[in-house]
Design a binder for this molecule. Structure first.
Ligand code: GLN
Length: 440
C-alpha cells in the first residue's frame, strides 16, 4: 500500500484523476485504500465538487459513505476529479483538471464520476465512491472498462453529498474487481437518520436469486455505434452460454426519459445552486463594497462554470410560473411512466439489459465540437434507470478496434442489487476483462 501512496503524485500527473491527494501517513496500516468523488464531504481534505466556487471549502464532517468506509478500515487517498456539480458526461466540465482515459490519454474517462472510474482502472485493488444522478457511475465505468454499480435510490445515505438533483442522486461504487462491489455495497448501505430519504431496506442478498433472464429493449439498440452493437451482440451469446435467457422487448417510454431527466435534474439543480453566493462554503472573495444583489451576481458570474450557468438557466425556466406545467409537471408524469414500464418488464424478467453508452470513450477534440444537446443525448441509455431509482450495474463487455472498452448495463427491480452483484462476479469469470497498461 505504501507503494501506491508514493506513486499517487506521478499517477495523478499522468491521469488527473484526483483534485486532492491525502497527505501524511497513518500510524496504523489501513485494511484497504479508497477514493471518493469530490462531491462527497471529507474532513481532512478540501471538497470542491469540480467547481471554483467551492475552492477552499473544508467540511467539518465526513459524508456518511466516506465515514462508513473509514470505519470499515479504509484509508481515503484522494478526492476524485469530476464535472462541476456532476453536470456532464465526459468530466470535461471540471475546474481542477480533466481525468484522462487510462486506455488512451487523448480520450475521456466519461462523467461525471470520471476520476473515480480512472482510479478504479489504474490503481490495483482499488475501490472508489461515485455518485449517479443520471448515469454518472455507469457511463465512466463503461468508458474506463471497470465495474460500476448505482444502487436503489435510498439504499445509501446522501448525508454529506453535495446535492445535484435530490430526488435522483445515488452514491455507488466503481472497481476493476467485481467482488469489491459486493464487499463494499453492504458497508455503505443503510438507513441514516441524518438523511430522511435513506430507507429502511431489505438486506443485500448475495446468496439468493441469480439473473436468469434479461429483457433487451429494441429502443436501446437504435442510434448506437457499430462497435458497441457488435460487442453487445457477442455478449448476448456469452450470456446464453451462461444459461441466461435473453428476450427482446419493447419499452417505448425509454425515448422520453432523456428529455424528462434534463428537465427534472436541472429544475432541482437550479434550486440547489442558489446557496452558493460567496457567503458560506469555500470562496468569499468578491467585492464586498457592492450591495447584496450585485455581490451575489458578480460572484456567481465569476466562479460558476459555463455548464452550471446553463443548468441554472434551464432549471429556472422549467420551474417558472406559466411554464411549470408544460415542463416540470409533464416531466414528472414521464418519470412515472418510465417506472411503470420497468415494473411491467420485471414481472417476467430479472433485468433490463442495454449497452451502457452508445459509443466508446470519445476523443477530447471530438467532445469539444459537441453541442450541449448532443452531449445530453449520449445519456439516453443510462438516464431511464436513474429516473426510476432502480439499481443498475455496468460491466465491461467488449473492446472496439482501437482497444477502447465497451460496457453493458443491467437494471434490476428496486432493492434487487443482490442478483446484480452476483451477476458481476459470474460475468467476471465468463468474460476476459482487459486492464490498461500503467507505465509507472
Ligand atoms: N450526464 C448527466 C448530466 O449531466 C448525468 C450526470 C450525473 O449523473 N451526475 O446530468
Amino acid at each position: 500500500m505504501k507503494d501506491v501512496l508514493a506513486s499517487l503524485p506521478a499517477l495523478n500527473e499522468r491521469y488527473s484523476m484526483f483534485s486532492c491527494i491525502a497527505s501524511g501517513a497513518d500510524t496504523e496500516e489501513p485494511k484497504f485504500l479508497f477514493s471518493a468523488k469530490d462531491n462527497l464531504t471529507s474532513k481532512d481534505m478540501e471538497t470542491k465538487c469540480g467547481s471554483r466556487i467551492l475552492e477552499g471549502y473544508r467540511p467539518a464532517f465526513d459524508a456518511a459513505a466516506v465515514e462508513k468506509m473509514r470505519q470499515y478500515g479504509g484509508r481515503l487517498i484522494g478526492k476524485n476529479n469530476m464535472d462541476g456539480f456532476g453536470f456532464g458526461t465526459f468530466s470535461t466540465n471540471s475546474a481542477f483538471g480533466v481525468p484522462k482515459n487510462p486506455f488512451d490519454l487523448e480520450r475521456s474517462c466519461g462523467g461525471s464520476s470520471g476520476g473515480s472510474a480512472c482510479a478504479a482502472a489504474v490503481i490495483e485493488d482499488h475501490v472508489s465512491l461515485g455518485v449517479s444522478t443520471g448515469g454518472s457511475i455507469c457511463c465512466p465505468a463503461s468508458f474506463c472498462g471497470v465495474y460500476g454499480i448505482a444502487p436503489t435510490y435510498g439504499r445509501v445515505s446522501r448525508y454529506g453529498l453535495i446535492d445535484y438533483g435530490n430526488s435522483l442522486d445515488k452514491i455507488g461504487l466503481l472497481s476493476s474487481d467485481p467482488a469489491a462491489l459486493a464487499e463494499f455495497l453492504p458497508v455503505i448501505s443503510g438507513k441514516d437518520p441524518r438523511d430522511p430519504t435513506s430507507c429502511a431496506q431489505p438486506p443485500l442478498d448475495l446468496k439468493g436469486k441469480r439473473i436468469g433472464s434479461v429483457a433487451v429493449p429494441e429502443e436501446a439498440l437504435k442510434g448506437i455505434s457499430k462497435d458497441v452493437l457488435s460487442a453487445f451482440e457477442s455478449s448476448l451469446d456469452i450470456l446464453r452460454s451462461m444459461g441466461v435467457e435473453v428476450k427482446r422487448v419493447s419499452m417505448p417510454s425509454l425515448k422520453y426519459a432523456m428529455p424528462a431527466y434534463y428537465i427534472l435534474a436541472t429544475s432541482e439543480a437550479s434550486t440547489n445552486l442558489a446557496r452558493y453566493v460567496g457567503m458560506r462554503y469555500g470562496r468569499q472573495d468578491g467585492d464586498l463594497s457592492l450591495g447584496f444583489d450585485d455581490y451575489f451576481t458578480s460572484f456567481r458570474s465569476e466562479y460558476f462554470g459555463d455548464e452550471a450557468k446553463r443548468r441554472i438557466l434551464l432549471g429556472t425556466y422549467t420551474r417558472m410560473a406559466g411554464f411549470r406545467d408544460r415542463y416540470y409537471a409533464k416531466a414528472l408524469k414521464v418519470r412515472l411512466h418510465v417506472i411503470s414500464s420497468y415494473k411491467k418488464v420485471f414481472e417476467d424478467h430479472d433485468a433490463v439489459l442495454t449497452p451502457t453508452m452508445p459509443f466508446a470513450a470519445p476523443k477530447f477534440e471530438d467532445i469539444s465540437k459537441m453541442t450541449p444537446v448532443e452531449s445530453y443525448s449520449a445519456d439516453f441509455l443510462t438516464v431511464p434507470a436513474n429516473l426510476a431509482g432502480i439499481p443498475h450495474l455496468s460491466v465491461p463487455c467488449g473492446y472496439d478496434e482501437d482497444g477502447m472498452p465497451i460496457g453493458m448495463q443491467l437494471a434490476a427491480a428496486h432493492w434487487a442489487e443482490g442478483p446484480l452483484l452476483t451477476f458481476a462476479e459470474e460475468w467476471g469469470s465468463a468474460f476476459d476483462v482487459r486492464r490498461p497498461e500503467v507505465p509507472l
